[in-house]
Every structure is written in structure tokens, then in C-alpha cells.
Design a protein around this ligand. Structure first.
Ligand code: PLP
Length: 444
């Protein structure tokens, strides 16, 4: 049994053994950790109004910013609050008890697929991408192929990694709405070279709303690796897919063939703020297990005390940054996955697709409005971007805000009006947003 940092804090190896013998944690805090949830009104997720009733949003607000930050649904909020109270009451005892028994990585693995030891827990997509690209091993002359469509988080993580990076355009700048799966796949195929060892891209582009056809992309990346005789890792920023689509990364019936997947859980999934995952396959981790921040994983701390180099921990724990965390948020992550499962993950994805389709259809009918996001649900998810001829998107966002409709401008060099059609909105919200855009377009 490895001597963990927490067991050391609890009094060293003897205490560690005693804690295990007592069935983990032990003591007053362990008992309170299992205290029943505070009573609350029954949840009814059979209707979308019932799902929305679980969100503590201002009822007057039409929240189209699912791509930014989600409200904590009631069960997530209750779980955060339960852990916070117990942690406040006994920081040391409850930390020891709960950290041993709440398995956030295990819950993420059940939701995404794969094993719990292949998932590093992060605080955001940005952190996951930074950890990944800095860790990726490249030989002399080897490169990462990225795209011109990625978010600041990917671009900067790549720049800071110091690795050699080349970029490809996958669809035309002037007309993302007419992107096609064939064109995306063939542009990518042509760009992968003999020295490419990883492809770094984003599943759903937050600058245009284009969703990459990931099955086609993965097939191209796999074939290029075979052609050049060296496996090419497919590394994906999946934040606008997780919770917007039914993301399953290692379903034996439909393997995703993604090697690394980084996502924050605090957007479409509506998980606790400041939580995220970096998922990798065992083979991919072997090319990137190089932690930047010391982990608090099992083997490391005890070995340090004893003056030894630690034996390697499994990749997920080893790549999970150590240091004390906002534990009540991390420990509430399983509640977010459970909430989504209770709603129904396919049902939620279909709902988001339907809302986005309604939004696109409505916007497309307005004279002077041009859709930036493809209409085809195979090439789009919950994000909808558009332009109004002659109107600055910033002005439109302000005019929408005056009607208590919360949307944003894409934070990219090319600016568009952007809506996130998540579970916080309904048909009436979409219709109200479309009507307001129509008014703005009419008055210029
Ligand atoms: C594509 C994309 N990746 C990453 C991020 C950053 O996500 P996080 O807040 O989880 O770091 C964003 C936006 O917030 C984004 O649009």
C-alpha cells in the first residue's frame, strides 16, 4: 500500500495503515461524509421545463452563453454545498475521508469511456491542453499539425510548449457555413506530412460553430500514420462537444480513435466551475507522461519523503496537478455526470441539436442576416454564429442584453454574433432571440 501525502499528513505510515484497516478515512469526518443530502423538492427531468427548473438562473434571463460558463444545476450545487460544509467543519479530517472515497476520475471514465487511471483531473480545458502539449515528446524535426480554427487555449498552449507547429485551414474563411466533411478531411489529409507526430485540433470551433466530422478526421489521421509508418496522435479540444453532443471516447461498438481529449466540464455539461478532464489512451500517454506540476498521486509523495525517485504512477493520477484544490467542486463532478445521465445523454444532445436548428432556421430567414455556422447537424453542434450586414456584432450583443438575452461576440480576430443553444434555453427563448435579431437587422 503506497504511502500517500494525505496519509502522511494524517500521521505517517501507521496512521495510513490504521485508516485502511478502518475502511478508509475513519473518524468523525468519515461518518459525516456519508450524511444524507438536505431535503429538497423532487426533481422531474421528464420535461425540459423540469430540467430548466433545476437551474438556478435568473428566470428573466435568456441564457445563450452555454459555451462560456454554466449555472450549477441544483444537484451539483447541493453536492458542492454538502462537501463545503463538511470541509469547513473539519478541513483535515474531511479532506482525508472524502478524497479517498470520492472518485471523480472514475465517474469521468464511466461517462467518457476508458479507465479512471487514464484521466487527469484539471481545472479547465486550457489547463488540460497546456499539460498535454508541454508533455508531448517530439523528436528532432518532428512537428505538430494544428489548424487556423483553434481557440487561444490551443494556440497558446502549443506556442508555450516550444514544439514545432504547422497549421492548416480546413474550410474557407469567408464561408464556414458551406464547409463540407469531404473538404475538411481532404485538406487535413494533404497537410499531414512524414514528420507529423500529432494533430492538434478542436472538435467544435467556437469562432464559427463548425463541428469537425470527427469520424472522418480520425480515419484520415490514422491512415496518414499508416502511410508514413509512424502513429500520429489525434489531440482534441472537446469542450464544446462534451455535454453538447453524446461524447463516448471508447465505445467498443463505435471507437472514436481519439488519442487525447481535453475539456472543461463547466460549460455544456453544466459541471462544477473549475473542473475539467484530460483523457488519453494508455498508448498515447506513453508518449506524453511528463508532468509539469508535481502530482499528489500515491507514489510520489512517500518516495520524496524517503529520498527515492518515485516509481511511475498511472498516467491520469501522475498528470493530475497536485497542490490543494477547490475540492468541493472537484468532488461534485460525479453529480454532474449523474445529472446528465438522469436527463439522458442522447436525449440532451438531440434537444441541443433541435434548439440550434430552430435558431439557425429562424436567423436564416431574416433579411440581412448571414449564417456563419453550417445548417447540417453533422457539421454543427450547439453553437450558432451569424452576421448582420452593416451591424457590428458588439452592438448586437448590447442590444440583446438590453432585452435580457445573453449572447456574445466570438473572441477571435474575425468577430461574429454567437449564441449557445444549451439546456438553459427553450423554444420561446430561441424565438425571442430571433425576433430581436430581426428587429436589429431592420433598424440597422
Ligand atoms: C474552443 C475552446 N477551447 C477552450 C476554451 C477555454 O475553456 P476553459 O475555460 O475550460 O479553459 C474555450 C472558451 O472558453 C473555447 O471556446
Amino acid at each position: 500500500m503506497a504511502l500517500t501525502r494525505r496519509k502522511l499528513l494524517a500521521g505517517g505510515a501507521a496512521a495510513a495503515g490504521a485508516a485502511v484497516a478502518a475502511g478508509c478515512g475513519g473518524g468523525r469526518a468519515a461518518t459525516t461524509a456519508t450524511a444524507p443530502r438536505a431535503a429538497r423538492a423532487a426533481e422531474n427531468l421528464s420535461t425540459w421545463a423540469g430540467v430548466r427548473a433545476e437551474l438556478p438562473l435568473d428566470p428573466k434571463l435568456r441564457h445563450f452563453a452555454a459555451f462560456l460558463l454554466a449555472p450549477h444545476p441544483r444537484p451539483v450545487q447541493a453536492e458542492i454545498e454538502r462537501h463545503r460544509r463538511l470541509l469547513d467543519a473539519d478541513p483535515e479530517g474531511y479532506l482525508r475521508a472524502a478524497d479517498e472515497r470520492v472518485d471523480a476520475a472514475g465517474a469521468a471514465a464511466r461517462f467518457l469511456g476508458g479507465g479512471r487511471d487514464e484521466i487527469a483531473l484539471t481545472t479547465s480545458t486550457t489547463m488540460g491542453l497546456a499539460i498535454l502539449y508541454r508533455a508531448l515528446r517530439l523528436g528532432a524535426g518532428e512537428e505538430i499539425l494544428s489548424t487556423v480554427h483553434d481557440h487561444f487555449a490551443t494556440d497558446e498552449a502549443l506556442r508555450l510548449s516550444g514544439g514545432r507547429v504547422r497549421r492548416v485551414r480546413l474550410y474557407d474563411k469567408g464561408d464556414p457555413a458551406s464547409a463540407s466533411a469531404d473538404e475538411i478531411a481532404s485538406r487535413l489529409e494533404q497537410a499531414i506530412g512524414p514528420r507529423t507526430r500529432a494533430v492538434a485540433l478542436t472538435w467544435v470551433h467556437s469562432g464559427t460553430g463548425v463541428k469537425l466530422p470527427m469520424d472522418d478526421v480520425a480515419a484520415v489521421v490514422r491512415a496518414a500514420g499508416d502511410r508514413h509508418g509512424a502513429k500520429v496522435l489525434l489531440c482534441v479540444d472537446g469542450v464544446h462537444a462534451l455535454g453538447a453532443e453524446d461524447v463516448r471516447l471508447s465505445d467498443p461498438a463505435r471507437p472514436a480513435h481519439i488519442d487525447f481529449f481535453a475539456a472543461g466540464c463547466h460549460k455544456w455539461l453544466m459541471g462544477p466551475r473549475g473542473t475539467g478532464v484530460l483523457w488519453g489512451t494508455p498508448a498515447a500517454w506513453r508518449r506524453a507522461q511528463r508532468p509539469l506540476i508535481p502530482s499528489f498521486a500515491n507514489a510520489s509523495y512517500g518516495a520524496w519523503i524517503e529520498g527515492r525517485v518515485p516509481p511511475p504512477d498511472p498516467p491520469g493520477p501522475a498528470m493530475t496537478p497536485g497542490g490543494f484544490q477547490a475540492y468541493e467542486h472537484r468532488w461534485a463532478l460525479p453529480a454532474a455526470f449523474a445529472f446528465r445521465e438522469r436527463i439522458g445523454r442522447e436525449r440532451a444532445a438531440a434537444r441541443i441539436r433541435a434548439l440550434a436548428t430552430r435558431m439557425k432556421s429562424g436567423l436564416a430567414e431574416i433579411r440581412g442576416v448571414r449564417l456563419v455556422t453550417p445548417r447540417d447537424p453533422d457539421l454543427s453542434a450547439g453553437l450558432v454564429c451569424a452576421d448582420i450586414a452593416g451591424v457590428d456584432p458588439g452592438k448586437t450583443v448590447q442590444a440583446l442584453a438590453a432585452e435580457r438575452i445573453s449572447a456574445t461576440v466570438t473572441p477571435y480576430a474575425q468577430r461574429h454574433l454567437r449564441f449557445g443553444c444549451g439546456l438553459a434555453v427553450d423554444e420561446a427563448d430561441v424565438d425571442a432571440a430571433v425576433a430581436t435579431v430581426a428587429r436589429i437587422a431592420r433598424s440597422g
